[in-house]
Design a protein around this ligand. Structure first.
Ligand code: T4K
Length: 406
């Protein structure tokens, strides 16, 4: 165990971990099942958009508690297809506290993302702020279940209904989460999952739209396949967003392990919470009794004014120890190009969160002992916050040339 600042790898000590711990180590499940499934696809001589994709869609629809799942090659294209299929135009209200894909998927279609502030506790859209952001040009609202939490999704439904707007959700983080007993998948007109390698269920790369709307599902299937219907008629513009059989094989195998992954992540979350309890200026984002999340992310908030150390320096300290930590999400979307230049916006709650959040390593490859060791380092760093900050900044400063005579 490290005792002094000099033991920290960022200040020349030996890294705590010999292997790099990640935020998003893939949840692979039983490899032999994966290879069996890949062999089935080979034996069938059917490599994309076939029986494995159909099976994956059925199981995801079942998990989300909806009638339809339209699987795609990634979550970003699933968002684009959904924005197209719901006929969005003009302005779309969404949070900036999200991965930039939520906004870019709209922007590439010529839509204008209007970033709206979030509830400082949940990090999800604040319904009152959404109400204030609606203009005559608004056609829809895109909620984001940040870090797997549904936020106040029910209230967003009321705002959308009041203004006659289309409500959809970016549920990239929230497979298997629920709110007040309602499963994510059934909020708004439709919801989008990501099955990127780092997500709680992965397809290497993959995504899906889930919905109870028969017509919307049909439209999405056509858009996903070049605008061509199942009976071969070309009925309009579309793209190629189909999922491969290899991705579905991975998705099904990862899905087999889903229950175990969630149990593991829930225990990791509790371990972090108890190991970091009582440290002034630090909090692990927790959930309330209405929410049943999938526990995929462990988010730490660091208040520099209290701890004397900024989030970015904490990430530097942890990374040097081979404990990979990520900024989910910072900068926020409105602080990124092209949005920053096109439409300068001030979002105080979002900006404060974006300044403080760190996603910590979790997932099946991170053990309780790993967590205790990470938390020990966090506590050591915080207990000497101002001194550590000073030493790291001095170390990073270019050597002074004053008095060198050159
Ligand atoms: N909406 C939201 C709210 C999203 O979070 C995302 C994606 C989307 C929409 C779009 O969905 P997709 O089109 O991606 O399906 C990642 C992912 O690329 C991205 O999928 C994800 N969200 C976003 C939050 O994170 P980066 O730049 O943070 O890093 P990446 O992918 O290199 O790796 C993240 C961590 O996981 C690292 O610590 C390394 C580790 N890792 C990564 C890979 C790929 C592994 O251990 N194994 C791996 O195979 O973007």
């Amino acid at each position: 165990m490290k005792d002094t600042l000099a033991d920290l790898a960022a200040l020349g000590g030996t890294p705590e971990f010999s292997r790099f711990l990640q935020v998003g180590t893939p949840s692979v499940g039983d490899r032999s099942r994966l290879f069996d499934r890949l062999n089935t696809a080979m034996d069938n001589e059917w490599l994309t958009n076939g029986a494995l994709v159909r099976e994956f869609e059925e199981r995801i629809a079942d998990l989300a508690g909806v009638r339809h799942c339209v699987a795609t090659c990634n979550g970003t294209l699933a968002l684009q297809l959904l924005y197209m299929a719901t006929g969005l135009s003009g302005e779309v209200v969404m949070p900036a506290m999200t991965y930039v894909a939520t906004a870019h998927a709209a922007r590439v279609l010529g839509l204008t993302p209007v970033f709206c502030d979030v509830d400082p506790v949940t990090g999800c859209l604040d319904p009152e702020q959404v109400e204030a952001a609606v203009t005559p040009r608004t056609s829809g609202i895109v909620g984001v279940h940040l870090w797997g939490r549904p936020g106040r999704a029910d209230e967003l439904e009321k705002v959308a209904a009041r203004h006659g707007l289309t409500l959809t959700f970016d549920a990239a983080h929230a497979l298997g989460s629920s709110f007040q007993g309602r499963r994510v998948g059934g909020f708004g007109s439709a919801e989008v999952f990501s099955f990127h390698a780092t997500k709680v269920v992965n397809c290497f790369e993959g995504g899906a739209v889930v919905t109870d709307d028969d017509g919307l599902a049909q439209e999405l299937r056509v858009l996903r396949t070049f605008g061509i219907t199942a009976d071969g008629r070309s009925v309009g513009i579309g793209t190629n967003a189909k999922m491969t059989e290899a991705s579905a094989a991975m998705g099904l195998t990862s899905l087999d392990a889903f229950g175990e992954t969630v149990r593991h992540n829930r225990a990791n979350h509790a371990r972090y919470r108890s190991a970091l309890r009582g440290v002034d200026g630090l909090s692990v984002v927790d959930f309330d009794e209405q929410e049943d999340p999938n526990w995929q992310y462990v988010i730490l908030k660091i208040d520099e004014a209290v701890t004397g150390i900024h989030r970015d320096l904490m990430i530097e300290v942890l990374t040097a120890e081979n404990a990979g930590a990520r900024r989910y999400f910072s900068p926020a979307c409105h602080q990124l190009e092209p949005y920053r230049s096109e439409r300068p916006t001030s979002l105080p709650h979002t900006e404060r969160l974006a300044e403080q959040v760190v996603a910590l390593p979790t997932g099946p490859a991170v053990s309780p002992t790993d967590i205790d060791r990470i938390c020990h380092i966090v506590r050591l760093a915080i207990s000497h916050g101002p001194e550590l900050t000073d030493r790291l900044r001095r170390r990073a400063a270019p050597p002074s040339t004053a008095g060198s005579g050159t």
